[in-house]
Design a protein. Sequence first.
Length: 352
Amino acid sequence: MIPILGNETSADRLYIELQYMLADVVPDFELKLKADLAARINRLKVEKNAVILGHNYMEPTLFHSIPDYVGDSLDLARRAATTNKDIIVFCGVRFMAETAKILNPSKTVLLPSEKAGCSLAASITAADVRQLKRTFPGVPVVTYVNTYADVKAESDICCTSSNAAAVVESLNTATVIFLPDEYLARNVARETGRHIIFPTKGPRNGSETELDYQMIGWPGRCEVHEKFTLGDIADIRKQFPDVIILAHPECSPEVVAASDYSGSTNAMIRYVEQTKAPRYLLLTECSMGENIAAANPEKEMLRLCSVRCPHMNQITLEDTLESLEKNQHVIEIPENIRSRAAQAVERMIAIG
Ligand code: SF4
């Protein structure tokens, strides 16, 4: 279990706890500064009746000090759906905060930095989805939660990397449109035994219509996970033959196939907690490796890490404090988009 200190309001006690977990990775003067900020945030959170949700990719001092709940997208969507607090502060990126708002229209949802976007979410628009639906009429649309609200609103059901294959199979249809992550789609196609095609934005060429396909994908990519290569895996196995390699399903199918395990961020955390290997390597956003290492000091985690998500990196303790103090940046979604997106997200949550 990852220990979190979201109820702690004493800067001194936070400093001691953070020092215990993070002394190896964060300089001491920074830990003191962060502990002070975290204590102020935790006091303000109580005053304002707010809840803080923290994604697994948050930087280690934030991740361990202020969230009431940490987890992957699906976990946090579930938490957002059941909170009774007035304000939800989402320490993650915009599409995650939007999902919280979609599920909680009457609550105030705050995103600490307006710059926290996502290359994957930006790869597709609602107009693109409408075009695909015209091209493939009647085919249900499964959309990864890493999309903006207007794209979700055009979809039949959402999925996360934890439940993507289960969602596709739950539809019981011969063909599905699966958007927008190319690699996740290819990995799900392989897992479910489906042949996938990637139509271009222009008119389809004749050969695609003649192919026997069961999935239709989109060429979106996560700019973090697309960077891992077979060469990285070969190098690390040469140096550490007993390493266990875990890959996120947004990595390429070749990288996933060459790894020992593939799963969502929460599934990777569980895997490390429940197994005993000489050492582990995570092919995912690098703050998560630091967070797992801090929570499991007896396990050796290798670092292959120059891969920090520039969008997740926008969320800091400083911005989170300012966001709570000034009630900024409030997530707003037009009701006609929110209500349609809610149907797609709620269908996903019902599947689990
Ligand atoms: S890690 Fe990838 S999918 Fe996640 S927010 Fe960053 S760019 Fe988007």
